[in-house]
Every structure is written in C-alpha cells, then in structure tokens.
Write a protein that binds this ligand. Structure first.
Ligand code: NBG
Length: 839
C-alpha cells in the first residue's frame, strides 16, 4: 500500500527531537505530514473503506476524525482544568443550536487550515470539495439557534468555562426544495452517514419522569413531603460535541440529550405475549427527541414540544447537580458555581424543575431553594410577537407535569402576595402578572415564569429591550427595574468573516495584522484606507470574486445566470410577514412595470436574491415564496427587462450556503415592520462583509446605523412609535392603494395572474391580505421604500463612493462581534471569568 510510504519519508525527514516527534504524532500532530497520516489511518481503521471506492465524503469523515483527535487533548485538559480550579460555569440552556458545518470552523480555530489543505492535496483531494461533504447539523430554526452557536464560539474563544445544553434531534430543520415555485419539505436525515463530531456518553444518563400523580409522605424526620409517581420514565443520554476556541486551548462542550426507553423491552408486557406493546413503549420514549419543531406555528396542543423542553432541561439540571456532587461542593452553593441562561422561554420550565430538585429531592426548604433559583437563572427574551410567547394549557400541563404545576402555583402564591404588597388594591395588575392566564382556557405563562425566576432579564437589542420594558414585561419592569437590561446580539467574526470570506480575510490581515478576529474593534483602522483608491480597488476585487462564487452556486442550484458586475441586493432570513419579503417583491414589480411601460428607461442592473424557509404550516409565508419564484420566472425570461434585472430564490438557506451569500452582498435588506424584529443577526453578518443596509429603524438596525453613520445607511419607513400610533388609530391600507396609482397597478398586476400563467387565484390571498388587513403595514411603507431604493440605485452608480461606504460598513462593525456580547453577559449577568488552559 502506498499509504505507508509518506510516514516513512516523514519520519526519516523530521529532526529527531521531542518537538519533532510530537508534531508528527498521528493523533495530535499539527503538521501536514501528521494530518495526512492520520487521515490515511482513519480511512483504514475507522472507516474501513477500500482505497478504490473512497469518495470525498470518506475523506471528509477521516479528516473530521483526525481533527477531533486534535481537539480531544484540548478538550480533556479544559474539563480537567475547570474541574481542578472549581470555577463558575455558564450553562447555556437552549432548545436550538444551529451550529453549521464543523470541519472548516475547527480547522480555522485550531490554525491548521493550510496543513489540512496540503495533507489532502497529497492524497489527491481538494479541501473545499471535502468541506462541502459535511451534512450540517441544522438543530435550529434561524436566528435564535444561530445566536446560541455564535455564543458558544465566543465563550470558548474568551476562555470562559461553559456548557451548551440542548436536544439531539434526530431530524433537524427540514431541507427545502422548490418545485414549480413552491416550497416542499424534506426530512433532514443529518445522522444518516454518522456524525464524527459527537462522542456518545452512555454512562452519562439521567431519568426523566412524565405524567402520573403526586402523593404526600412523611420523611424519616417526620416532615410532610411530596413525591411524584410518574406514569412513564424516559432515559436521557448525553452526546458531547467539542467547541474549540479560536487560537486558545480552551475547548468547551456542547452536551445534547437523546431520549430512550428505560428498558429496551417492557418485559412484563413481553412475558404475557404483548411484544408490540413492549416495542411501542420504546418508540414512544424515543419520539421525544425525534424532531425539531419549526417556529411560527401555533404551539397549542403540542404536548410533545412541552415534553421535549422538560426532558432536556431536567437532564441538564440533574447533570449540574451531579457535577456539583462530584467536586464536593454543597448544594447551597449552586448559584456560585453555575450561571444558567434561559435562551427564550423554551427552557423556562427549568425554574420549576430546579425548585423540585432542590426541595423534593435534596430536601432544601422552600425559601432557600427559591433564593438559589433566582440567583442562578437569567432570561433572554427574543421576541415581542404575542403568538410566539409561550403558554401551555393548564390541562395539558397538569397531565404531563403534575408536580411542576403544584410548584408553579406555590411560586405564584408567594409572588402575587409580593405584587399585592407593592401595589395594594391593584387587582388588574395582579391578574396581568399572574403565572396563570385566566382569560379563555387557563394556561401557564412561560415568559412570566422565566421572569419571576430570574435575577436578570434582557432583550437582544437596545430598541427591543426598551419595548420589552414598555410592553410585554412592563408590569415586571415596574416591580424590579434593576433586573432589566439590554444585551445587543453579536455574531462570530471567525465563521462569518474569516471562514466565509477568505478574500477579505487576506486583505484585512495585510492591512491590520492577524489579531482582528479576536479584537474586532481593530477594524476601525480601516477607516483611514477608505479614501485610498488602490485599497478600494482591492476591496472591489474581493467583493467581485465573492459575487462570482455565489453566482456559480446559484447557477448550479437554480439554473439562473447572474452577472457578478450587477448590484447584488439580498434578503435571506426566515420567510415571515413581519420581515416583509413581499415589500421587496412590490418594489421589484414596480421596477418591472416601469421598464415595460417605458423601454427607454435606464436603471442600474440589479440581481434580487432571496432565500429562507417558511414554517410548513404557515400559509401566507409559503405563498410569498411562490410569489417570489413566479415573479422571478417572468422577469428572468423577459428580454425587455432581463438585461437589467433578475430575481433568484436560493433554495434551502442554511449556515453552509449563508457563508457564500453574506460575502457576496452589496445591499442587505432589513425591512421588517419597526418594532417587530427583536434584533436580527443577518443584518450584522452582511455589515461585517461590507454590504450597505437598506432598512427600517428596527432591532439592531438602529445600532448598525448609529455605528456606521446615517450617511452610510439607507433608512426608510415608519418608526416603531408611528407603527403603534397608526395601529391604534386604525390602519386603512385601502387608502394607500387609492392614493397611489403605481401601487394599485402593481397589486393589480400580481392579482391578474400575470406572474402565474393567467391563474388569478394563486396570489389573491396575499394581495387581499395587504388591501384589507395589512397587519405589518407593508402598504404604509411602500412609497418610502421605493423612493429609498432609488437613492440606492443612484448611490451605486458612483462606484468609488459606494466602495468607500462598503469599507466603512466593515470598519465600523466591531461592536457586533459576539465577543463583545459575551463579555457583557459574563461581566454583567453571569460573573464568569476567563480560565487559561495549558496543554
Ligand atoms: C429571534 C428574533 C431575531 C433575533 C434572534 C436572536 C426568535 C424567537 N427570535 O430578531 O426574531 O435576532 O431571535 O436573538 O427566534
């Protein structure tokens, strides 16, 4: 076998020093020769494929295992160091972690991309082709899950002890295919070919109860206690994934729980011959972690979803207690050792579960347990949309979690006493603040539980945190103003700049040195270069190459040809009415009509690019996807217009293709109805990569504009205050149609079936919704949006000034590093310090 040759060569070629040997170690060596040998070994010993049938996927798997070996040493040392030093740990509880492909990022963070490229090249493989083979773990819906992933990257890079706790869904977010312009959902079988990154820990298991009832008993000391007699017990097993920090030895853990039946077979049932009942039990238990729920769908009646939340939260809290016992720290010190963050309300049952564990299982008295609980938890709110604020019907809650309901009643009793003492006679306030909603079907209000059980509550952008205090959590803010704060979101510059945009990385390294990925404020030094003609030329060359890369991808996946010299105008994010992809479409149809009416009209050529998934049950969002594709088909094939406009919908927007999309943008569309987008993080990823934003004063757009300067941002639209006022006074969308002939013509054209081969029914629901209801004020913002797009087109024609603005966007994006956000969380909420890890 020729695979042996290189090792012999390498061994004789390397100097025989300890250093040299370590560098060549097949498990830990960081040089190309060691990596090459490691890949060869894994192909043979871990994968067992014959050389003649190896595919790039086999090389992906082998390289992934080789890279995991290299992290293993750092991982073990990290855990050992945290263990030895007994330092406070962040436990980030999140039902979603949208990690994206691991391999490229791990190579980057370990600093061995070049070595891996060389090693593979010597084996006749191309690193980029191999990287594309990774099936990304899509264990999240969008921004919230991706934020959790960015935060894990920053925690490790900032050397903070942290564990991400979540769910190992067997099927993550569905894959999206587009057929005849419609979205179809395909199950995401991401584990089909195995997952080289995780290590199963079958010895780290916890048991989680379901259903049944509670009963009183007397303990040995004669105290009245309560025990929960469950109907079913499910077993949770840990699967650990290493989270390697950038340019440090710290390698933290993402611990995801998988559910199984306690016994594979229910022997009692088996013995009496009911084999199927026995197998059924196993199936029911395993269902708990089967599938990620898409957001934007009513959660009413989703019993399994509550089951998932309780399952992962209980496993995680039991794990924390177990670790505390291992290191011999008394339970009373729980809050000194753990800072537990609730990523939205999904894990908020943790408040009741920690109380149950402390009071029922560890026999602490109530007041002590409550003090620990409040000191331990922090709660991040990620949305003000009322339909997204979780509540659970009382009957369902009672059936699944009888003991927790009792605990919630007890928490509520003490809490409402406190409210009454603070605001005597204010019964309306008491009803508003209660953990139990009484209007309509009684329910448990999870946002209230999270708020009452946390010492710190934050929103995710300045505007959002202000609105939180003024609306959804107003009463709570009035009660505990000191608990409320803001933590503006951030994104990791490692994945979304260094990895996604190698061209820009090289340019930045040349201009600034190589520290900017861990000190993003250094980007400010680019400002001086914005006026340098030669630098601007290089900047444009990078952008143009990125646009070509994206155009190639789009051609391969849709057949649509885009010209990289055109303005790339991009909106990628979940499809939702509040994000207003249909406003973007109205502008496109406006331009189309103008060109058709006036063939002499000159507009600077633009490619309108969309991407994003719609929740499978979200009727309007799915129609909007169809509308985009229908408009695209008409425009792209019409020679009257397709020399200056084209439209493309990139199927299956995910982390992997996002890394191609953000770097290729000239214009970033952030056009949500003001007050509705809590923060947005795509807006930051675009800015980082030098796109200019067209946007409303919503979410983090406000801060982006503050940072980059009003003159480098295309602002339009109503403010959050104006939106509220209009809604209060009664929004009459028909008035906008009546007073704006162009808008009316655009809507009529869509309604006429012009974009749907004469079918006048397909888009009627979308158009009718706009004319008769328009809940997100699309029509109210239409005219200013179109006018603002004209300013964009004019600005684009001055290439030099556009490039200047592009450079300034990147230069002033430092604030939006997730490192800044994580430092704030660590200093102001978690009180967690850096720990150096040695090898
Ligand atoms: C989303 C918001 C975004 C925000 C991310 C991360 C939910 C519930 N919320 O605006 O819509 O950027 O959270 O904070 O997914």
């Amino acid at each position: 076998m020729d695979s042996k040759v290189p090792l012999k060569q390498a061994k004789t070629a390397a100097p025989v020093t300890t250093k040299g040997l370590a560098e060549l170690d097949v498990r830990t060596g960081m040089q190309a020769a060691a990596l090459k040998q490691a890949v060869t070994d894994h192909l043979r010993y871990s994968i067992g494929r014959l050389q003649v049938v190896t595919t790039p996927h086999d090389y992906y798997y082998a390289l992934a295992l080789a890279v995991r070996d290299r992290m293993q040493q750092r991982w073990i040392n990290t855990s050992q160091t945290y263990f030895d030093l007994n330092r406070k740990i962040v436990c980030y509880l999140s039902a979603e972690f949208l990690m994206g492909p691991h391999l490229g990022n791990n190579l980057l963070n370990l600093g061995i991309e070049q070595e891996a490229r060389t090693a593979l090249a010597e084996l006749g493989q191309d690193l980029d082709t191999v990287l594309e083979c990774e099936e990304e773990p899509g264990l999240g819906n969008g921004g919230l899950g991706r934020l959790a992933a960015c935060y894990l990257d920053s925690l490790a890079t900032l050397q903070r002890p942290a564990i991400g706790y979540g769910i190992r869904y067997e099927f993550g977010i569905f894959d999206q295919e587009i057929h005849d312009g419609w979205q179809t959902e395909i199950t995401d079988k991401w584990l089909r070919y195995g997952n080289p990154w995780e290590i199963a820990k079958p010895e780290v298991v916890y048991y989680v109860n379901w259903g049944g009832h509670t009963e009183h008993y007397r303990d040995v000391a004669g105290n009245d206690r309560i025990r929960w007699v469950p109907y079913r017990v499910v077993k949770g097993t840990a699967y650990d994934t290493p989270i390697q920090g950038y340019d440090v030895n710290n390698c933290n853990t993402l611990r995801l729980w998988s559910a199984e039946a306690v016994e594979s077979f229910n022997f009692q049932a088996f013995n009496i011959g009911d084999y199927y009942q026995a197998v059924d039990d196993k199936v029911i238990s395993e269902t708990v972690t089967k599938v990620l729920y898409p957001n934007d769908e009513p959660q009413i009646g989703k019993r399994l979803r509550l089951g998932q939340q309780y399952f992962f939260v209980s496993c995680s809290l039991q794990d924390m207690l177990h670790i505390l016992d291992l290191v011999g720290v008394p339970i009373e010190n729980f809050a000194q050792r753990y800072a537990v963050q609730l990523n939205d309300t999904h894990p908020s049952i943790g408040v009741a579960e920690l109380m149950r564990l402390l009071v029922d299982e560890r026999q602490l008295d109530w007041d002590k347990a409550w003090a620990i609980t409040v000191q331990t938890f922090g709660y991040t709110n990620h949305t003000l949309l009322p339909e997204a604020l979780e509540t659970w019907p009382l009957s369902m809650f009672q059936a699944l979690l009888p003991r927790h309901l009792e605990i919630i009643y007890e928490i509520n009793r003490y809490f409402l006493d406190e409210v009454r003492a603070r605001f005597p006679g204010d019964d309306a306030r008491v009803a508003r603040m209660s953990l139990i909603g009484e209007e309509g079907e009684k329910c448990v209000r999870m946002a209230h539980l999270a708020t009452v059980g946390s010492h710190a509550i934050n929103g995710v952008a300045a505007l959002h945190s202000d609105l939180l205090k003024a609306s959804v959590l107003k009463d709570f803010y009035e009660m505990w103003p000191e608990r409320f704060g803001n933590k503006t979101n951030g994104v990791t510059p490692r994945r979304f700049l260094a990895l996604a945009n190698p061209g820009l990385r090289a340019l930045l390294n040349e201009a600034l040195g190589e520290q900017w990925p861990v000190d993003l404020e250094q980007l400010h030094q680019l400002e001086a270069q914005a006026d340098d003609v030669a630098f601007r030329r290089e900047w444009r060359a990078v952008k143009e190459a990125n646009k070509k890369r994206l155009a190639d991808y789009i051609r391969a996946h849709t057949g649509i040809e885009l010209d990289p010299s055109w303005l790339f105008d991009i909106q990628v994010k979940r499809i939702h009415e509040y994000k207003r992809q249909h406003l973007n479409v109205l502008h496109i149809v406006t331009l189309y009509r103008r060109l058709k009416e006036n063939p002499a009209l000159k507009i600077p050529p633009r490619a309108f690019i969309f991407g994003g998934k719609a929740a499978p049950g979200y009727f309007m969002a799915k129609r909007i996807i169809k509308l985009i594709n229908a408009v695209a088909e008409t425009i792209n094939t019409d020679p009257d217009v397709n020399m200056c406009m084209k439209v493309a919908f990139v199927p299956n927007f995910n982390v992997q293709n996002a890394q191609l999309i953000y770097p290729a943008a000239n214009l970033s569309e952030q056009i949500s109805t003001a007050g509705k987008e809590a923060s947005g993080t795509g807006n930051m990823k675009f800015m980082l990569n030098g796109a200019l934003t067209i946007g409303t004063l919503d979410g983090a757009n406000v801060e982006i504009r503050e940072e980059v300067g009003a003159e480098n941002f295309f602002l339009f639209g109503l403010t959050a205050e104006e939106v509220e006022r209009i809604k209060r006074e009664g929004h009459r969308p028909a008035d906008y149609v009546a007073s704006n002939p162009e808008l009316r013509a655009v809507l009529e054209l869509i309604n006429s079936g012009h974009f749907s081969r004469g079918n006048a029914e397909v888009f009627r629901p979308v158009v009718d919704n706009l004319i008769y209801s328009d809940p997100f004020l699309v029509l109210a913002d239409y005219a200013t949006y179109v006018a603002c797009q004209e300013r964009v087109s004019a600005a684009w024609q001055d290439k030099e000034n556009w490039t200047r603005m592009s450079i300034l966007n990147t230069a002033r994006s430092g604030k939006f590093s997730s490192d800044r956000a994580i430092r704030e969380y660590c200093d102001e909420i978690w009180n967690v310090q850096a720990v150096t890890v040695k090898l």
